[in-house]
Design a protein around this ligand. Structure first.
Ligand SMILES: [Zn+2]
Length: 99
């Protein structure tokens, strides 16, 4: 039970994270191989799972195979933005653009 593969993760983030199995939601703006990591956002009523975060630029939902936490870096392949996960209002996860 060692070697999670995380490099440089802060000590506080070492609790085990919940894992998720992703399914293809038909997001066709990226190569087929990567489709399961994205889905379209269906608006304010669309509740994001703990492994999902919304790209603030193109409003695509980025999905991870593990629970996301503030400080995580994610990549939006749809608009090629690098994002950092931050805690938003009400504990919701949001993403800040790094560049
Ligand atoms: Zn994007």
């Amino acid at each position: 039970m060692s070697g999670s593969g995380d490099s440089g993760a802060p000590a506080r983030a070492r609790e085990p994270r919940q894992r998720y199995v992703l399914d293809d939601r038909g997001f066709d703006e990226v190569p087929k191989k990567y489709r399961k990591f994205y889905r379209r956002w269906s608006g304010a009523d669309d509740e994001l799972a703990p492994n999902e975060v919304l790209c603030p630029i193109c409003k695509v939902v980025i999905r991870s195979t593990r629970e996301l936490r503030p400080g995580d870096r994610v990549y939006c392949m749809a608009c090629m933005a690098r994002l950092e996960v931050v805690a938003g209002e009400g504990g919701r996860l949001e993403a800040d653009v790094i560049y």
